[in-house]
Design a protein around this ligand. Structure first.
Ligand code: HEM
Length: 115
């Protein structure tokens, strides 16, 4: 089971990289560009891998801080919700990229600094 946990952490970290990469992609695309679908893929990957890590905790002998995980889920729901809400807009609003980038960074901070 340790391998399963490590595999999920591996995919979870790739998902984080994808979301942070989306900040660059969205900025490079310019102010007139629509919301890139990669935001949805990254958010979905984080939700699936994070929830799997959390739900498999009894089997992987992991002991997680449930308050922290609850807040991470909430932050991710906001990220995914904003992305879904804006995915069909002709152009991404100016606040879109900095807001989602800050929320992703917030979840990285919660993961790393909150034991
Ligand atoms: C934008 C969304 C997210 C980002 C950027 C993110 C980032 C991270 C990072 C960087 C780690 C590694 C921390 C370390 O090893 O010290 C981590 C671990 C973890 N995350 Fe997330 N996370 C996100 C969403 C979620 C969600 C929604 C859940 C679901 C509850 C979740 C559950 C977990 C768990 C359980 C671990 C610990 C894995 C382990 O070491 O066994 N994450 N996350």
């Amino acid at each position: 089971m340790e391998f399963v946990r490590l595999l999920l952490v591996f995919l979870h970290l790739l998902g984080m990289g994808l979301l942070l990469g989306m900040v660059m992609v969205q900025l490079k695309a310019g102010a007139a560009a629509p919301v890139n679908k990669g935001w949805l893929h990254g958010a979905a990957l984080q939700l699936v891998t994070g929830m799997a890590l959390m739900l498999l905790a009894p089997a992987t002998d992991a002991d997680y801080n449930h308050m922290k995980l609850g807040i991470k889920i909430l932050v991710l729901v906001v990220i995914g919700g904003i992305a879904v809400f804006k995915i069909n807009s002709a152009t991404a609003p100016r606040w879109f990229t900095p807001t989602l980038g800050a929320l992703v960074a917030l979840n990285v901070g919660l993961a790393v600094f909150w034991a």
